[in-house]
Design a protein around this ligand. Structure first.
Ligand SMILES: Nc1nc2c(ncn2[C@@H]2O[C@H](COP(=O)(O)OP(=O)(O)OP(=O)(O)O)[C@@H](O)[C@H]2O)c(=O)[nH]1
Ligand SMILES: [Mg+2]
Length: 417
């Protein structure tokens, strides 16, 4: 049966909110908001405005200050009077149940934070049973503490005035505690079912992995949207979904690649992002087993992104959190075709900033820093692609000989040359 499609689906309009704090200056906040806007667009929303506020730390009650919240409310109202409906406000940091409730009461629109937005995209992207189960589990994990806090809050509100106190004050009469306790139990049951399902999938997958034979395993890792899938397609002549959207890939794909006469396994997996809560990453454990069990990591970096250095750090940290740190790694700086820099005039004596660095200078710095364990390519124009293949050949062969010393028949033709 054909699915019902809404032909001219209206895109939901959204407003973004971020904080400028002691640890996050204005430039950083703007970069984070650019990324949040990209996430929102990926989820199908249109960003119409942004609000920022300078605060030492987020306000525990409303995230931003009271004044800023009123400013946002007035903005939403004025747009509504002009006939433009803004359906949601998205905050750049994870919000507590209390913050969500207070902000919602004030703004009367849907309130999302970075985590729930990412979860939304994950849910949209999930294709396989494995990915779907993982996303559902992650969504419940996100919901559960928020439910709990809501429950404690109601208990305080309702029962605070002595025995037999009311069931919550006006405007705060949510579902009663029995209902919430029930919801909690249903969710917990569902979560253990999902965990069991994932454990079954895990067993299946690890059996599959064991049956793959004595081949070196290489994993493509990196920030989201850097070109991992594009590179996978190029190497494996495969057809992995790649596009200019965040989290285009959710599940892991494994392909056999042969360079010269040396076969190895290459896997492509979910990209990482800033401010991704660790237990969300944890929910993708089985997807990320491929990374954990890899012999070699190809850490792909988008060198044309103004923030690529921070992205490298985020990826390194996530890999360490997954318990996959310290593996042999090659940094693959991708998108050299899109790298731009601002040339300084000879008489311009202002200090050189990172925007003024040429690609060549950048290459030299990183090659020195990484002992040549890096390469600069363009998966789009295929620049230096042959070099990457040669590099991979050498590295994989080295690892293969170490790991399977008696299985060197693979290279005979090459050795005889
Ligand atoms: N200019 C340029 N664009 C590239 C290059 N490689 C990939 N891209 C583009 O970058 C975007 C992201 O590519 P993907 O391969 O989907 O990236 P990914 O790392 O798999 O992303 P996720 O799966 O979302 O984490 C696509 O629009 C690609 O066409 C390159 O070398 N140069
Ligand atoms: Mg991808």
């Amino acid at each position: 049966m054909k699915e019902f499609v809404i032909s001219e689906a209206q895109t939901e309009k959204a407003v973004l909110v971020g904080l400028i704090t002691q640890t996050q200056n204005e430039r950083k906040t703007n970069e984070y908001l650019d990324e949040l806007a990209f996430l929102a667009e990926t989820a199908g929303a249109e960003v119409v405005s942004r609000f920022t506020q300078k605060l030492d730390t987020p306000n525990s009650v409303t995230y931003v200050g009271k004044g800023k919240l009123s400013e946002i409310r007035e903005y939403l109202q004025s747009r509504e009077e002009e006939g433009e409906e803004i359906g949601m406000v998205i905050f750049d940091d994870e919000l507590s149940a209390k913050q969500i409730r207070n902000i919602e009461n004030e703004l009367k629109v849907k309130i999302l934070d970075r985590t729930s937005l990412i979860l939304d995209i994950f849910a949209m992207r999930a294709q396989t049973a494995n990915a779907k189960t993982q996303v559902e589990l992650a969504q419940y994990k996100y919901m559960l503490p928020r439910l709990q806090r809501l429950w404690t809050h109601l208990e305080r509100q309702g029962g605070g005035s002595g025995a037999g106190g009311g069931k919550g004050s006006v405007g705060l009469r949510g579902p009663g505690e029995t209902q919430l306790e029930m919801d909690r139990r249903i969710i917990l049951n569902r979560m253990s079912l999902l965990k069991q399902r994932l454990a079954d999938i895990d067993t299946q997958k690890s059996t599959q992995r064991k049956n793959r034979g004595r081949l070196i395993r290489v994993a493509l890792v990196g920030y989201t949207n850097v070109g991992k899938s594009t590179l996978m397609n190029l190497m494996a002549k495969s057809d992995v979904f790649a596009e200019n959207k965040l989290f285009a890939t959710l599940d892991t794909t494994v392909r056999k690649v042969i360079i010269e006469n040396l076969p190895f396994l290459l896997s492509d997996t979910v990209g990482f992002i800033r401010k991704l809560p660790t237990d969300l990453v944890e929910s993708f454990k089985s997807t990320l087993d491929e990374v954990r069990e890899a012999d070699l990591l190809l850490h792909v970096v988008d060198i044309s992104h103004p923030d690529f250095e921070e992205q490298i750090k985020v990826v390194d940290k996530t890999i360490a959190d997954l318990g996959a740190g310290g593996k042999p790694t090659i940094l693959v700086f991708n998108k050299i075709d899109a790298y731009t820099y601002v040339k300084k005039d000879a008489d311009d004596l202002t200090p050189k900033t990172k925007e003024n660095v040429t690609l060549e200078e950048l290459m030299n710095t990183w090659m020195a820093k990484l002992n040549d364990n890096c390469i600069f390519i363009s998966a789009k124009s295929k620049a230096n692609f042959e070099q990457l293949k040669t590099m991979l050949y050498k590295k994989v062969r080295e690892l293969h000989v170490q790991k399977y010393p008696y299985n060197d028949f693979l290279y005979q033709t090459y050795d005889e040359e």
